[in-house]
Design a protein around this ligand. Structure first.
Ligand SMILES: Cc1cc2nc3c(=O)[nH]c(=O)nc-3n(C[C@H](O)[C@H](O)[C@H](O)COP(=O)(O)OP(=O)(O)OC[C@H]3O[C@@H](n4cnc5c(N)ncnc54)[C@H](O)[C@@H]3O)c2cc1C
Length: 421
């Protein structure tokens, strides 16, 4: 019997690596045919695509160094853009209004000056937070729309603790300056975005995954914590001494016997987004103009588009370029039709003039069931009920979907390390 780790994403790999550092053997079981989880990638005709946009901006020095020692990294300045009703605005939009029509700028600035004044303790939801930060007009036309596209819910349905430093709160001088001319200053939460020179995003985990025992195509379907037994979809079984799981909470709860009603109810309330990755390869080098950009228009399905070839030329054949568009919805809503989303996205991107039909040599759409955790008003209560239950069964739950938190890859890596210390 040994330590069993479920999932070979950043969290599972980190757990295996940190156990190995302590001379403890483990085996990782992964349902997919390859490692990396959401940090992983797929290749079509020489075009490599990550599973959604990924850069590393690890803040903890030891983790940043560990990633940097695994692969050479490009360092891109964090310069991104926004697309809104035909205009391109440098990110963050509220600091770079110059490209907008005068009438829109006046409305945004007047509402910014007259924005509601409230202390953080008085703010009851994300909609109110946005209005206090940016004023009504900007909040309603930019982040309210983006929230529907990225989180699949209304801003009023989200709480605010997750925001942290993710969004820049401007002062009037910044807003006014940016309304006259595009600002050079970077207001993003990190000034540099790092990306592997070779092998796609998951290469940051190269050192950690070396020598790990990862068993692929092993989908867990049942766990008996009393017998310490795991059953796989191929009917095989294994016993464990210690169990570390990076599986999404709703998945693992569904695999356990005799789960109390209160835990089942809490699990049902956990909401997340799912997403489509629409991946496009082009037969010429200069299609992608932006490392990544956000789209606010709600008739254009993608919330965000980025360029794998600008992240690293290693992601495309010589002389080519690529884009990947991300379309999200809330898991409690019906899954939008793949065909419709693809057709609507392609027609809108052609209309935006991003490329021409004749440039496309690769076109792919695939679904990612778990993308982001939705921070609704009951998340902390429901999440705690589920986590307490797993702890009571001796299951160590790690990673973005095992902790049910807004974890970046370095934080998922950290959670794998913490579980194995
Ligand atoms: C849209 C988007 C953009 C992001 N951008 C960034 C970014 O720029 N920078 C950054 O640092 N982070 C980013 N992240 C976050 C990053 O992807 C995650 O923090 C990280 O990949 C989570 O790793 P994990 O191991 O916790 O989970 P996962 O990667 O999901 O790993 C879980 C693993 O468990 C496996 N599994 C699931 N069910 C079973 C089963 N039944 N049996 C066996 N195996 C199973 C899965 O196949 C998977 O390999 C982004 C995430 C999203 C959604």
């Amino acid at each position: 019997m040994q330590t069993v780790i479920l999932g070979s994403g950043a969290a599972g790999i980190s757990a295996g690596y940190h156990l190995k550092q302590k001379n403890i053997d483990s085996v990782i079981f992964e349902k997919d045919a390859d490692w990396g989880g959401l940090c992983g990638n797929f290749t079509i005709d020489g075009f490599r695509f990550d599973r959604f946009v990924h850069f590393t901006f690890a803040t903890e020095e030891d983790i940043a160094n560990h990633f940097a020692n695994s692969v050479d990294l490009w360092e891109h300045p964090s310069i991104s853009s926004n697309y809104y009703q035909g205009a391109w605005l440098k990110h963050p939009a509220q600091n770079n209004l110059s490209a907008l029509p005068s009438e829109t700028k006046v409305k945004i600035i007047m509402d910014f000056i007259n924005r509601p004044q409230k202390n953080i303790e008085q703010i009851k939801d994300y909609a109110e937070w946005l209005k206090v930060q940016y004023g009504d007009y900007f909040a309603e036309n930019f982040p309210f729309a983006y929230t529907r596209k990225y989180w699949g819910v209304e801003a009023k349905d989200l709480e605010t603790k997750w925001v942290g430093s993710r969004m820049h709160s401007p002062d009037l001088t910044e807003v006014l300056r940016g309304a006259f001319e595009e600002q050079q200053q970077i207001f993003y939460y990190t000034s540099v975005m790092k990306y592997p020179k070779t092998g796609g995003f998951r290469s940051i985990l190269n050192t950690s995954r070396e020598g790990l025992n990862i068993q692929f195509n092993k989908k867990v379907i049942h766990i008996d914590p009393t017998a310490k037994l795991i059953v796989f979809a191929d009917n095989s079984e294994i016993q464990y001494e210690r169990l570390v799981s990076s599986l999404p909470l709703p998945e693992i709860v569904g695999m356990l016997p005799n789960v109390p009603e209160s835990v089942i109810e809490a699990t049902k309330q956990l909401k997340h987004t799912s997403g489509y990755q629409i991946s496009l390869g082009f037969n010429k080098p200069d299609v992608a103009k932006h490392l990544w950009f956000y789209i606010y228009d709600e008739d254009i399905p993608p919330a965000r588009i980025y360029s794998p070839s600008l992240k690293s030329p290693d992601n495309v054949p010589a002389g080519c370029s690529s884009l990947q568009a991300e379309v999200f919805w809330a898991s409690h809503q019906p899954t939008p039709s793949k065909e419709k989303v693809l057709a609507q996205t392609m027609s809108k991107l052609l209309e935006m003039g991003l490329f021409e039909q004749k440039d496309i040599v690769v076109q792919d759409i695939r679904l990612e069931k778990y993308a982001n955790i939705i921070f609704d008003h009951d998340i902390y209560k429901n999440r705690q009920i589920v986590l307490d239950y797993l702890t009571s069964l001796g299951i160590l739950s790690i990673g973005r979907f095992g902790k049910w938190d807004y974890l970046w890859s370095h934080q998922a890596f950290k959670s794998g390390r913490e579980a194995c210390q």
